[in-house]
Design a protein around this ligand. Structure first.
Ligand code: NZQ
Ligand code: ZN
Length: 382
């Protein structure tokens, strides 16, 4: 196990009716800006619950943080926040609303008046004003981590940066009942790939991290068909929400190497074509496994046995079956697993290769996913 420091300061407030707790979780003297997406919260009653809870607080609202939040929108929110002297942000919505809010918080918290894109370019925000969330979509884990992914429409770029953690996040599984099936599928894909990006690497680093990761993967395989059957089953949606949080709140990455090559490729596909994040991962991940199966050989065997119960056949056959089972999981969610199904062609493959090479990107636990390898992976899921 490698050395590590673990500190996650986010308070998780979980369960039915917990949005009402906002009134006590946010100090009365704070000047709050509540940030929203495109309006889903007005239809499902979440907005009303938030407004009721904060009736005694001073707050303004900012609407319109879009999926794959853009720096252009963040600039507008920063201007409004500065104008009103805002000193606390509350994101209400999915991962995009929260990620956009993390960048607003970092920009408003910076000592000097800076442009938010400079924070994204630097990749790290040392300061931020406090922020929190009411999360309505299980997927990103953003509710309990310090990362955010921001797009720049002008140049079709998309990058992650790290900064502060939310002060608290409220997760009420009932808020997920209004999710369209495509968002549920994208979320189930994203959570699965978060786990494997921290698991499918070097074997034998930590028994407890392995078991924890396998526990989340097994939970996802168990709940995915149940969610399809009944997306308003409270207990199943509660496990979905908690799995999303645990998959990316630093808990399964203690002392182990990480991959993230699939995410880097997926972000480029989204930046260039607009494909949803979870959908991009469902295409890239099985291909990544096919291309890197030698490198990931031992962990793939462990995964085959412990996650899919594959114990018969030669090592090669077991590994191939595990990769097929992984692809079958994404397909069972109704997601495409080939670029052609998503209308993505050779021009995009060439551009992703060019960007990886130009930026000198080398990702994955072996630091060997570069431009050439990116092409190989994308060729393998054409
Ligand atoms: O905008 P509104 O109207 O709220 O609608 C949203 C949006 O259209 C809708 N939605 C959210 N909750 C709903 C709902 N509709 C009905 N009922 C509800 N309860 O869902 C749509 C998609 O929302 P979005 O926030 O974009 O989805 P998600 O949570 O999957 O976030 C995706 C973004 O997060 C980034 C992705 O790259 C992408 O930009 N990621 C962030 C990470 C992080 N911060 O740690 C890690 C991830 O790997 C990921 O990269
Ligand atoms: Zn993700």
């Amino acid at each position: 196990m490698k050395n590590f420091v673990y500190q996650n300061p986010t308070k998780l407030v979980f369960g039915k009716g917990q949005i009402a707790k906002l009134s006590e979780l946010i100090p009365k003297e704070k000047k709050v800006m509540i940030t929203f997406g495109g309006g889903s919260v007005k239809k499902n009653g979440v907005y009303d619950q938030v407004a009721t809870a904060l009736a005694g607080h001073q707050y303004i609202e900012f609407w319109g943080i879009e999926p794959n939040p853009s720096v252009e929108t963040v600039r507008e929110a920063v201007a409004l926040g500065r104008e009103h002297g805002v000193d606390f942000l509350l994101a209400v919505g999915g991962g995009s609303v929260l990620d956009g809010t993390k960048l607003i918080a970092a920009t408003l918290g910076a000592r000097e008046k800076i442009d938010p894109w400079s924070i994204v370019q630097k990749g790290f925000a040392p300061e931020a004003i406090p922020f929190a969330s009411v999360m309505t979509l299980p997927a990103t884990g953003s509710e309990m981590n310090s990362g955010a992914v921001i797009s720049r429409k002008e140049t079709n770029e998309k990058y992650a940066f790290g900064g502060n953690y939310p002060e608290f996040s409220i997760l009420d599984p009932e808020t997920t009942y209004s999710l369209p099936s495509t968002q549920i599928a994208n979320g189930l894909s994203d959570v699965f790939v978060h786990v494997v990006e921290q698991y499918m690497t070097t074997p034998g680093q930590s028994r407890v991290m392995d078991r924890w990761a396998e526990g989340i993967l097994l939970t996802l395989l168990d709940i995915a068909p149940k969610i399809k059957e009944d997306p308003k089953n409270y207990d199943v949606m509660a496990d979905f929400m908690l799995s999303a949080t645990l998959a990316l709140n630093d808990m399964i990455q203690m002392g182990v190497t990480q991959d993230w090559a699939t995410h880097m490729l997926g972000h480029e596909l989204t930046a260039l074509t607009g494909i949803a994040h979870g959908a991009s991962l469902a295409i890239v991940y099985p291909a990544m496994l096919r291309v890197l199966k030698e490198q990931k050989h031992d962990k793939l065997l462990q995964y085959a046995e412990r996650v899919f119960g594959i114990t018969t056949g030669s090592e090669e056959e077991r590994i191939d079956k595990a990769i097929e089972a992984t692809e079958a999981y994404f397909k069972s969610l109704g997601l495409a697993t080939h670029l052609s199904e998503a209308g993505i062609g050779e021009d995009i493959i060439a551009e992703v290769e060019r960007r990886f090479t130009e930026r000198g990107i080398k990702v994955g636990e072996g630091r060997n996913v570069d431009g050439k390898m990116a092409r190989k992976v994308l060729e393998s899921c054409k």
